[in-house]
Structures are given as structure tokens and as C-alpha cells.
Design a protein around this ligand. Structure first.
Ligand code: FAD
Ligand code: NAD
Length: 462
């Protein structure tokens, strides 16, 4: 078998792996990237961030034209859904972006191998596929990402009982969709199909939606989503789901079974390490199946690194990218760092939920003294003009230093607004710094300035 030698071999071409490969090539390394799927870009580009956002955008337009324009004094009749066209548009965006990664590899001189990467030890990686080959490298980076987690009592049938991947391509709008899990995927894809006309029931094990999100914000978001038609059943433990003809019967503890057309299981994801050859190099995963690494993404095996969904931390594309860059910069230059305190989180519902930094509950649990300021979008001129006034900006600042500790937004374009807060926190800003920054009028971002003023009890417009 042929052996090819590189400075760095990256296993997995998701946002963690492909960005790491490109950055390493920019820094002068001779880089190979192994990907088992035909398309590059990983979960994010193929079956995650990008297709879900394409459908969220299209379904939002549909719901708006169908139900929302009356508020603006616009009457529209005969609105029809062309689902195949909507799905085709999504597929075309995915194709453009995944092909784009191939172009970026060419531009940066990254060598692509198609096949499954398997660690052999001694700096060697087998590429199992139609053209098996062995690669040798001083540095190997595992960026194999994650896959859907399932539930005991539930077997995916690839059709009626499925994952986010199936929910990105249902051939028709389900009459009744049951979503298991009120996390990010449940809310985003539940919203898509609800807007397109499905009855959507979300079953959640906990007594709240969006665990990890600031509780006040999550409660406000739930009420807003309920107004849009999503039905939440909280504190529900699902025990099984069974296909019966064209329907699925979902069973749960202490409640009547629910009959529906489709089930979307969205109860989290688990790291991809099966068949990777971790035993060949003497690596063990932690209790949650993740690869343990040090602060520089180095595993216990010299020269072997891991980043992204396969290691600890939030399973987010931008977190994987930051880690990829920091990891290879550290290898080449000796420096490279990720600031985990300023990684934003966005849920692309309508309105969006976005945050950076600590929640109020986390500050309370840690005994950190804080002051809080909030400002409702109801009092923001631009939000009124948009006719999207649900939600608020909530800012948490240190009680003594005024330094920003957390910014939480539920409201229109929260996912874009949060960038200002992330940048401010990255520069160690105080609430006063935000309050003294001139924000254009009338913009949604004025709600951030006003919430910062509210930290000191001096909002001007509320
Ligand atoms: P992945 O993107 O999973 O990439 C890993 C790659 O490695 C895959 O292409 C896989 O085929 C390949 N691979 C695995 N094993 C091998 C092997 N042995 N050999 C060769 N190749 C291998 N995150 C956000 O930040 N924003 C969002 O809006 C968002 N939306 C999402 C929506 C959905 C429906 C889903 C499922 C996820 C979403 N995510 C989102 C999460 C995001 O997709 C992941 O956090 C991100 O893709 C992780 O990047 P990664 O590079 O670590 O892994
Ligand atoms: P999640 O962790 O966000 O939510 C899973 C939900 O399922 C939780 O609320 C959990 O309490 C619930 N749950 C767990 N077991 C259950 C059970 N037996 N019955 C009922 N409910 C149960 O996971 P997800 O929504 O599957 O998303 C997976 C990952 O993908 C997340 O880590 C997320 O970061 C990432 N993602 C990010 C985005 C984004 O950034 N916009 C979008 C989609 C996915």
C-alpha cells in the first residue's frame, strides 16, 4: 500500500477540521484532510447549521406572508406552499457551500482523501475506502465530530421515526409531528414544520425548555413559541415509539400515548469515535464518549490532537472552528488560545434566542455579585416598525467592577445583535462602556445600550 507523508493529517472535514486544515496550510504546513463523506463541510454544512437555517428562513417567509403581513396593512391571498422548491433551494445552498470547501482546499493546497480515517499508531493513519492508502504525519488532528444520540425504547426507521437529518427533508408536511427534546434542534426544526402547517407537540424531560439558557429568557421564549402554536409538554419521560401503519404511537410515563405522523428525536448528540482506532494508540474516552485533551487540544498521545464536537464543550460550529485555528497555530507558532467565556450561542427561532457569558443562575450558584439591567423590545422603535416586539435584552455585570458577565437576548435578530456583546466582552468591557457607546437610531441595537443603562438604573426610554 502507498504511504504518503504530511506535516499534519486532519481526520474529518467539518467546520473544525476543514478550518484547521486551511489555517495550517496558510501557516506553511503540508496538510492532508480525510473525510468519509463525499461532500466536505461536516454535519454543519451537510445536515446541520446550513440546511436548517435555509429552511428556517424559507418557512419564516411563508408564515409571514400567510399570517403576518396583515399587521402591516398588506392583504395577500392564495398563498401556497411549494415544498419541493423549498427543499431544492436548501439542497442547492448546501451544494454550493460544500463544493466551496473543496475549492478552498485547492486554493490553500490542502490534499483531500476520501475514506474513513483510522489511527494505526506511530504517526500513521489508514484511509479505508475505495482507494486505501496510508498517511504518515508528525501531527494528527482528530475532528470527527458527533452523531445523533438515540433513546432507549426508540429505534430510528429512517422515515417516520427519525433524526434532524430526516426532518430536513420530509417529503410532505406532517399532520402531527411529535418532537422529543425541547433543545435547540427540537425548537428550530419544530418551528420549521409548525410554520409550514404541521401540528407540533414537543415532549421534554425537564420542566423547562432550552436547558443551559438563562431561565428568565427561556421562559419568555416558551410563552412566545406557544403563541405561535408550538405545544410543549414538559416533565415528560418518553418510553417508546412504534410505527403502526402510517402512524407512530409515542408512549410515555404517566400519560396517554400520543398518535402522530412523524417523530423527531432531538435529545442531543454523541461524539464520533467508533472505528477510529483509539485503542491502537492507547487512548480512552471519558464517560460521555469524548476524547480528553489538555488546554492546547493535545491528547495524552504526543502529536495527536482533538477538537470540536468530539471533545468537551458546547457542540457548536464556531467553537469547533476556533479550536481548530488555536490548535494548529499553537503547533506552528507556539501560541493559540480559545476564550470559552465569549462563545456566543444562538437559537434561530422567531424571535431568536442569543447569549454570551454566564446566566443569572450560574452567577448565583458561583456566588458572584452582579447587577442586572434589562430592556424590552416592546419599547424599541425599530422592533415596533418590524412588528416583532416579544422579548428583551438582559445584561449582567459585576456588582463591583461593572465588567460584563453575561448578555442574554430574546428578540428580533438576536443572533446578529449578540456579536456586539461578544466583542465587548472579548475586550473586557463594562456595562458603562456599552451604555456610553453611540448606537444608531432607530435600531434594535439600541435595546443593548438601554439594557446597559438599566444596569445602573438609568434607562432613558422605558
Ligand atoms: P462535524 O461537523 O460533525 O464534522 C465531522 C466530520 O468528520 C464529518 O464530516 C464526518 O463525516 C467526518 N468523520 C467522522 N469520522 C470520520 C473518520 N473516521 N474518517 C473520516 N471522516 C470522518 N452549530 C452551530 O454553531 N450553529 C448552528 O446553527 C447549528 N445548527 C445545527 C443544526 C443541526 C440540525 C445539527 C445536527 C447541528 C447543528 N449545529 C449547529 C452543530 C454543528 O453542526 C456542530 O457543532 C459542528 O458541525 C461540529 O463541527 P466538527 O467539525 O467538530 O464536526
Ligand atoms: P440539546 O442538548 O440542545 O437538547 C436536547 C433536549 O432533549 C434537552 O432539552 C434535554 O433535556 C431533552 N431530553 C433529553 N433526554 C430526553 C428524553 N428522554 N425525553 C425528552 N427529552 C429529553 O440537543 P439537540 O437539540 O439534539 O442538539 C444537539 C446539539 O447540536 C446541541 O448541543 C447544540 O449545541 C447543537 N445545535 C446547535 C444549534 C445552534 O447553534 N443553533 C442548532 C442545532 C443544534
Amino acid at each position: 500500500m502507498d504511504t504518503h507523508t504530511f506535516d499534519l493529517v486532519v481526520i474529518g472535514a467539518g467546520p473544525g477540521g476543514y478550518i484547521a486544515a486551511i489555517r495550517a496550510a496558510q501557516l506553511g504546513l503540508n496538510v492532508a484532510c480525510i473525510e468519509k463523506e463525499a461532500a466536505l463541510g461536516g454535519t454543519c454544512l451537510r445536515v446541520g447549521c446550513i440546511p436548517s437555517k435555509a429552511l428556517l428562513e424559507s418557512s419564516e417567509r411563508f408564515a409571514d406572508v400567510k399570517h403576518g403581513l396583515g399587521t402591516h396593512g398588506i392583504k395577500v391571498q392564495g398563498v401556497e406552499l411549494d415544498l419541493p422548491a423549498m427543499l431544492k433551494r436548501k439542497d442547492s445552498i448546501v451544494r454550493q457551500l460544500t463544493n466551496g470547501v473543496g475549492g478552498l482546499f485547492k486554493k490553500n493546497g490542502v490534499t483531500r482523501y476520501t475514506g474513513t480515517g483510522r489511527l494505526l499508531g506511530g504517526g500513521r493513519v489508514a484511509v479505508d475506502g475505495t482507494q486505501p492508502v496510508e498517511l504518515q504525519a508528525k501531527h494528527i488532528l482528530i475532528a470527527t465530530g458527533s452523531q445523533v444520540a438515540s433513546l432507549p425504547g426508540i429505534t430510528f426507521d429512517g422515515d417516520r421515526i427519525g433524526t434532524s437529518t430526516e426532518a430536513l427533508a420530509y417529503p410532505s408536511v406532517p399532520g402531527h409531528l411529535v418532537v422529543i427534546g425541547a433543545g435547540v434542534i427540537g425548537l428550530e426544526l419544530g418551528s420549521v414544520w409548525s410554520r409550514l402547517g404541521a401540528k407540533v407537540t414537543v415532549l421534554e424531560y425537564l420542566d423547562r425548555i432550552l436547558p443551559g439558557t438563562d431561565t428568565e429568557i427561556a421562559t419568555q421564549a416558551r410563552k412566545s413559541f406557544e403563541k405561535q402554536g408550538l405545544v410543549f409538554q414538559l416533565g415528560v419521560r418518553v418510553t417508546g415509539a412504534e410505527v403502526q401503519g402510517d402512524q407512530v404511537v409515542v408512549t410515555r410515563d404517566g400519560g396517554e400515548p400520543i398518535t402522530c405522523d412523524r417523530v423527531l428525536v432531538a435529545v442531543g448528540r454523541k461524539p464520533n469515535t467508533e472505528g477510529l482506532g483509539l485503542d491502537a494508540v492507547g487512548l480512552e474516552t471519558d464517560k460521555r464518549g469524548r476524547i480528553p485533551v489538555d488546554a492546547h487540544f493535545q491528547t495524552s498521545v504526543p502529536g495527536l490532537y482533538a477538537i470540536g464536537d468530539v471533545i468537551a464543550g458546547p457542540m457548536l460550529a464556531h467553537k469547533a472552528e476556533e479550536e481548530g485555528v488555536a490548535c494548529v497555530e499553537r503547533i506552528v507558532t507556539g501560541y493559540g488560545h480559545v476564550n470559552y467565556d465569549t462563545i456566543p450561542n444562538v437559537v434561530y427561532t422567531m424571535p431568536e434566542v442569543a447569549s454570551v457569558g454566564r446566566t443569572e443562575e450560574e452567577l448565583q450558584a458561583a456566588g458572584i455579585p452582579y447587577r442586572k439591567g434589562s430592556f424590552p423590545f416592546m419599547a424599541n422603535g425599530r422592533a415596533k416598525a418590524l412588528a416583532i416586539t416579544d422579548g428583551q435584552v438582559k445584561i449582567l455585570a459585576h456588582a463591583e467592577t461593572d465588567r460584563l458577565l453575561g448578555v442574554h437576548i430574546f428578540g428580533p435578530w438576536a443572533g446578529e445583535l449578540i456579536a456586539e456583546a461578544a466583542a465587548a466582552m472579548e475586550f473586557g468591557a463594562t456595562a458603562e462602556d456599552l451604555a456610553r457607546t453611540c448606537h444608531a437610531h432607530p435600531t434594535l441595537s439600541e435595546a443593548i445600550k438601554e439594557a446597559a443603562l438599566a444596569v445602573d438604573g438609568r434607562t432613558l426610554n422605558y
